[in-house]
Design a protein around this ligand. Sequence first.
Ligand code: PGA
Length: 245
Amino acid sequence: MARKIVAGNWKMNTSYEEASELAKVLSAKSAEIDDDVDIYVFPPYPYLKHLVDVLPSRIRVGAQDCSADANGAYTGEVSAAMLASCGVQAVILGHSERRARFKEDEALLHRKIIQAQKNGLEVFFCIGESQDILAGGASCVSLYHEKLLRALDNGVDLNKVVIAYEPVWAIGTGKSASATYAEEQCAFIHNSILKRWSIEVPILYGGSCNPTNARELFAQEHINGGLIGGASLKADQFLELCRSF
Ligand code: PGA
């Protein structure tokens, strides 16, 4: 049966108190969500261990990034092994904000994916076109996605990867992709992965996803749920998204 996944990417938001409060509400209400929905939250690094400790096991805790290196003199970096040792189960890699601001490319992301998987972390790998690439037309968008998927070559276990399709122009803009357009892109990504690696990988939609547009998006054949930014910071909205299948 196809997986149903709702994942909250808290980005660089919330104080410790706000994060704890959000976790408290999610804990209290998570039993109301259907068992077949996999729920993840991706809080900032300093809150990870606390959230692992206080959230019920059905809400999995993930990090928003990890180092491409195993350990050593990399000031400020956090290794996949450290995350795993704190009970973290997943990691977002390749988010467009990191690609744009920190110049993360396919080669670096490949190394991060390998580190994450060596330490048993499930990888949420983000891809999605910018406004400029969108303006180049459909074949430009497809070529770009094919290129980004190269980070999954050479030794990546595709069974432990979730793809998040997040068109950059839809992230944090309030302008979500239409369900038809998102489905077209997710079907393309699904088929490219199937052709290249003979495996079916769950694909999430991300980009201004909220309780108003989620039901139509999540009903699409190749969309398994959502990676949610803004709306994941409000407990009632996030829980509503978990009920949107
Ligand atoms: P948004 O962010 O829901 O606020 O658009 C999604 C994301 O960047 O993962």
